[in-house]
Design a protein around this ligand. Structure first.
Ligand SMILES: [Fe+2]
Ligand SMILES: [Fe+2]
Length: 120
């Protein structure tokens, strides 16, 4: 069956995350965009995790592990406190690839689970 709906908050938040990652790659961006990415991704992950726990999602532990990986990457980047445009461009590409895989992979599974549930 063809999927006809999506979870709006999840799609919208992913969109914002990709936009922040694009900002990070800009030569004139400062280190504060990394902080912005940190805060926004934390809110987003927390919301997904809230749904997983509330719905007894069977893949909760694996999914949280994946989020923790991203959290770790951002924390170590923030602690480096490097303000180098080339470095930020590499970081942006790396995290964008990670996020694409995540969004098209296990986030899609979570979306399908939420859409199939009565709690949505
Ligand atoms: Fe996720
Ligand atoms: Fe997500």
């Amino acid at each position: 069956m063809r999927k006809t709906s999506a979870i709006l908050w999840q799609d919208a938040q992913h969109q914002v995350l990709f936009e922040i990652l694009d900002l990070i790659a800009r030569p004139d961006a400062g280190t504060e965009v990394l902080r912005q990415l940190h805060d926004y991704s934390e809110n987003h992950f927390a919301l997904e995790e809230h749904y997983m726990v509330a719905m007894n999602y069977p893949e909760t532990a694996t999914h949280i592990q994946a989020h923790d990986q991203f959290r770790k990457e951002i924390s170590s980047l923030l602690s480096l406190q490097v303000d180098d445009p080339e470095f930020r461009a590499v970081v942006s590409t790396f995290l964008t690839e990670w996020l694409k895989r995540h969004v098209l992979g296990i986030d899609k599974d979570l979306e399908a689970f939420i859409l199939a549930s009565d709690l949505k």
